[in-house]
Design a protein around this ligand. Sequence first.
Ligand code: GAL
Length: 343
Amino acid sequence: MSMHKKNLLFYSLFACLFVFYISACTRTHHSGIVPGAVWYDTEGNPINAHGGGIMYHDGVYYWYGEYKGDSTYLLDWVKTWECWRADAGGISCYSSKDLVNWSFEGIVLPTVPQDTQSDLHPSQVIERPKVIFNDKTKKFVMWMHIESPDYEKAHAGVAISDSPTGLFTYLGSFKPNGGDSRDQTIFKDDDGRAYQIYASEWNNTLYIGLLNDEYTQHTGVYTRNFINQSREAPAVFKHRGRYYLISSGCTGWDPNIAECAVADSMLGEWRVIGNPCIGEGADSTYNAQSTFVFPIAGRDGQFVAMFDRWNKTNLIDSRYVWLPLIFEKDKPVIEWNKEWTLN
Ligand code: GAL
């Protein structure tokens, strides 16, 4: 082989190895969950899915969340509270089979920048999306908190899709049962009934409303809970036939103490059983706020509790605090853990 050909071979080999090295570096693999750290997706980008929820479908976990714009600003014309916000970027979706490594599936509910009147215009607020699957209609149904920039609108928004990864079609927003709907979640029970749980009456009282068979509207059947106790950020889960609801107090982006309540039915009486968090940082919910609790597939009595550690002056950099939730007798317990694995 001539010297020229040898050189060419050497340089091509070197170039291949270099490309392989760079692509290996940009693909991120995690072995555990590190609450409060920047969490990178499989492409090496920080996960942008705040106030989120998980849907488990056909062996895959889907994480839906608020895709926040990258600059945070204070709305100085809002005089009643410190209204820090970032432009809405729609609702993002990530998928995973191991709950640790997440692939970006894209923006499944995009904003509508060309229509300043749309609920989905980037200047508006789109928060706390949650998705459930309707076994009858075969649709994936998303509920979310839709707001005006000053948070005075208090609407619930609904979108549907044929696929978990979208695109979702936006059906519009409204005041459920005629009242406010701010922080919210949805819960699908084993009997196929679904409920929206939402902060109403200026966040003073938490409502639980039964949804229709399609999960796209309310039936008009609802209960008022924790009256005048200002509970928000609700997360509902079920264990051994009983229902549990974790919520936060109402202090804007700042953390406060969590509280858990239990009931024998979703529309029944809720009894407060105290703070589920224990250990370091338990009184401020580990400097975070609840958003969702879900069962780990195939593990009886083992759940993951999801919280948001808001960074109000740089909202896109708000972190995810995910911790194991287990049961001690009948009481759910969450303990701080700086790094953990599903084992
Ligand atoms: C919190 C709420 C967040 C966000 C924030 C705005 O109380 O839980 O989702 O709406 O207020 O300040």
